[in-house]
Design a protein around this ligand. Structure first.
Ligand code: SF4
Length: 322
């Protein structure tokens, strides 16, 4: 689905450690690296608290990383000052899980969509109003939505407003953080279709964050599976769904109903909860819950290695792939 060989985003060895009261550190993101090409969609999938939303906030500099580098459109984002980063945000927009929280309930929808244009001094009041009307139509809302307030809309319609606001400045990259997880299943697929259409219309690249592998299957070019701050598997979407190699990925996939092939494969139920990220397990962080754990797994950290072939990259961190 990607349409360019040019990287729009290069993230290298990104780390974020939060300091807790009492001095302990939470390793929210621990050495994550990836690239995103122009027009490509990378989905980052994992359980709540695995660090995937922290990556979104690091790339948009809502948090500053502990270590690592982020190059966006060839620019080192971490070298930018506050003003330069604000200017860069024109090209780099976030869509949130709860659009209601990001919309001012006292302001009309027209204000919400035109505000980014005002902040970045794009056009005059007449052209902003025309752009806003065009955006409402693009995301499937009636023109009279402009004069109403966010609370007058359903969850799906509010997400459409949030999307119109995000694309107002014609960004290059959108980071969508669980954009459909609070919506009904039927509305979810409408919203995913809209995001796919907008990608083609505006030549967007996406980072799509979700706890649900099933949601990302039809919109992704590649998928990274994240566990306790680290990527444990990353490859193209077809390979991940057909040949998952990491036991954690296998357990996530086993939970997805597959009506097209009749019975789903045997469900792999993981034992226990996600460990405390302030004291992650030794060796492979997944070993206390892994149904295939071996003695080496609690002692040695498995490297993230490419086990793919000349046609595709398939990165996995598991001693079973050594
Ligand atoms: Fe399981 Fe060991 Fe592989 Fe970790 S390294 S996923 S514990 S088999």
């Amino acid at each position: 689905m990607s349409n360019s060989n040019k990287n729009i985003l290069e993230v290298t060895d990104l780390k974020k450690h939060f300091r807790l009261k009492g001095g302990a550190h939470v390793q929210a993101v621990e050495g994550v690296s990836f690239t995103l090409r122009e027009g490509e969609t990378l989905s980052i999938v994992g359980e709540s608290g695995c660090g995937k939303s922290t990556i979104a906030r690091l790339i948009t500099r809502l948090h500053d990383p502990t270590a690592g580098s982020i190059r966006f459109m060839g620019v080192d984002l971490l070298a930018l000052d506050h003003g330069q980063m604000n200017a860069m945000r024109r090209n780099l927009q976030l869509i949130f899980q709860d659009p209601f929280a990001s919309l001012d309930s006292r302001k009309k929808v027209s204000y919400a969509i035109m505000e980014p244009l005002v902040i970045h001094k794009v056009g005059d009041s007449k052209s902003r109003w025309e752009t806003m009307q065009r955006l409402l139509e693009t995301v499937g809302l009636e023109p009279d939505a402009a004069n109403r307030y966010p609370h007058e809309f359903s969850g799906g319609q509010r997400q459409r407003i949030g999307i119109a606001r995000a694309i107002a400045l014609e960004p290059k990259l959108i980071i969508a953080d669980e954009p459909v997880s609070s919506l009904d299943v039927s509305v979810q697929s409408q919203m995913l279709n809209l995001l796919v259409q907008l990608r083609q219309m505006f030549e967007l690249s996406y980072i799509f964050i979700s706890h649900d592998l099933a949601v990302v299957k039809h919109i992704s070019d590649k998928v990274a599976v994240m566990y306790l701050g680290c990527f444990v598997e990353m490859t193209d979407v077809d390979t991940l769904f057909e040949t998952p190699l990491h036991p954690y990925t296998q357990s996530l996939l086993s939970a997805i109903p597959r009506p097209e092939v009749g019975e789903r494969p045997e469900r792999i139920i993981l034992e226990g909860d996600v460990p405390d990220p302030s004291s992650p397990p030794s060796g492979c962080r997944f070993h206390p819950r892994c149904p295939k754990a071996m003695s080496i797994c609690s002692e040695t950290v498995p490297a993230l290695k490419d086990v793919g072939n000349s046609r595709h990259v398939h990165l996995v961190s598991c001693h079973l792939c050594d």
